[in-house]
Design a protein around this ligand. Structure first.
Ligand SMILES: [Zn+2]
Length: 158
């Protein structure tokens, strides 16, 4: 792992501090995905972090760019049924931490605010609601993986 001392994301990956509510949903060679901290997002919001320290898309390897696309497809398939959202908003600014991370914010069908107006609200939720949403999304991610394996004819449980 390429690590930048003093970087919030590099440090937490090394120390295990600030684990996401409900635990990591995805931990692969390139990405970590977990529910966002309850004090800064709505229930069902996911945060994707790169394993490697870099700032934005310009610095991704070809492999990271490809795996990020596949990751988003899988997360959108799971987050929509997992949260009941009509839309999933993808936001990535790196304004506060120059280590690549992206947020997925579910927007419910009955939420009257749209686009940046929806995003520009005070966001927080109860820790228990964050953990419950993470569990529902985890279930949908697992179901998606099983479906892919069935399509490919691969055995379960690998
Ligand atoms: Zn970093």
């Amino acid at each position: 792992m390429i690590n930048q001392p003093g970087c919030y994301y590099c440090d937490r990956q090394q120390t295990g501090q600030d684990a996401p509510p409900g635990g990591w949903l995805i931990e692969d060679d390139d990405w970590l995905v977990g529910h966002g901290p309850a004090q800064m997002c709505l229930a069902g919001s996911l945060r994707i972090e790169s394993r490697r320290h870099f700032t934005d898309f310009a610095e991704m390897t070809d492999a990271e760019a490809a795996s990020f696309g596949r990751l988003l497809a899988s997360l959108y398939r799971a987050a929509r049924p997992g949260t009941g959202a009509e839309r999933i908003h993808l936001v990535s600014t790196m304004d506060f931490q120059p280590h690549f991370h992206a947020w997925l914010y579910p927007r419910a069908a009955d939420e009257p605010r749209r686009g940046t107006t929806f995003l520009n609200q005070d966001m927080s939720c109860a820790q228990a609601d964050a953990e419950a949403a993470a569990a529902r999304i985890r279930h949908c991610l697992t179901a998606d993986t099983r479906l892919v394996r069935e399509i490919l004819g691969q055995p379960h449980g690998a």
